[in-house]
Design a protein around this ligand. Sequence first.
Ligand code: ZN
Ligand code: ZN
Length: 417
Amino acid sequence: MAIIIKNAAIVNIDSIIKGDIVIRDGVFAQVGGAAEAAAEDQVIQADGLHAFPGLVDMHVHLRDPGQTHKEDIISGCAAAAAGGVTSLACMPNTVPAVDSPETVEYIINKANATGIHVYPAAAITYGLSGSGCCDYEALKKAGAAALSDDGRPVESDEMLLRALQEGKRLGLPVLCHCEDLTQAAGGKVHEGRASELLGVKGMSSSSEYGDIDRTVRLAESVDAPVHICHVSTKESIEIIRQAKARGVKVTCETAPHYFIYTFEKVLGRDADYRMNPPLREEADRLAVIEGLLDGTIDAIATDHAPHSPEEKADFVKAPNGVVGMETSLAATLTFMPEKLTLSDIVRLMSFHPAKIMGIPGGEIREGAPADFALADLNEKWVVDPNQLHGRSKNAVFKGETLTGRVKATFCGGRKIF
Ligand SMILES: [Zn+2]
Ligand SMILES: [Zn+2]
């Protein structure tokens, strides 16, 4: 039996064609043209809908094991499916941290039931404590797909160099959260007008770009690839632009809130607009857009970071982070500058992240796994945190009217949303 999607606009990085999609045995058997349906085939009419390669969200916090009141692998994958995400990399700052083969295996086993491709990033240092490098070979053998101490920088040059060299040798991308904690520890919002008006500690732009500069130079010194997480400042983007120009193997991501919002959002003292790095100035927002347009920024990820309403209640005490997997495609479609095409969005949210991670996905092509989402680009909807599928409600786009909605998500040919 085949599944036949009739009459969709099929979006890839180099084309948009109207036609049918045939899925057989979990892979795309035919893309485009008109398909003949046999009696036993399942036919889905997709007139007016666009078919996108499933999103590859390379920066997600599933909070499992250990903090399942915020999210768990099942609820997080439900949120992913609702947002059109079919592959995700989950970060290792769980409890315990993902620093042992057992924890990697726990995640992979639990994720098996969800229908989503879950790729665990293992810790660079034990417990993300900076106190010693993990056994990367054993972690890879258990199924780890990347290395990261996300949530924290790797402060020791020696340990970061070792991770970069071992990552290169083992084919594991190294995903770097860059932050100078001597400047930024305990910061709540962007340092500048936001921290002054609110009377709280700020996180300066230099605490981000200074550490990006260090990280890029270390990678360059050993000719190893490095990926920079969540860039948010204009200086960060310029540093990466120049590094790419001199041939450094650096890639980077940003998140939708950095090209849509500025620090003005936090002035109402709502902790659902607090994340790390923080929402910054208008000049930074425009620089992020420029970076997306000129190819300096390779990927859009969400840094989906669930926290319970109780934890987010107090503006100052609340932990950093916002959820975003269910709104990333819709928000990007709604707020992106016109210069960015649907094919560009596929490149940024699916094709490039898959390439950086070294995993399948990113295209609707014959023979590729049938990971895709059907979206109605004209449907308007209001983001209601109570209607979201994840466990936490700290949705950065709450209350926004978005244009474009995921109507169905398929992963490995199976309908999961
Ligand atoms: Zn981070
Ligand atoms: Zn993160």
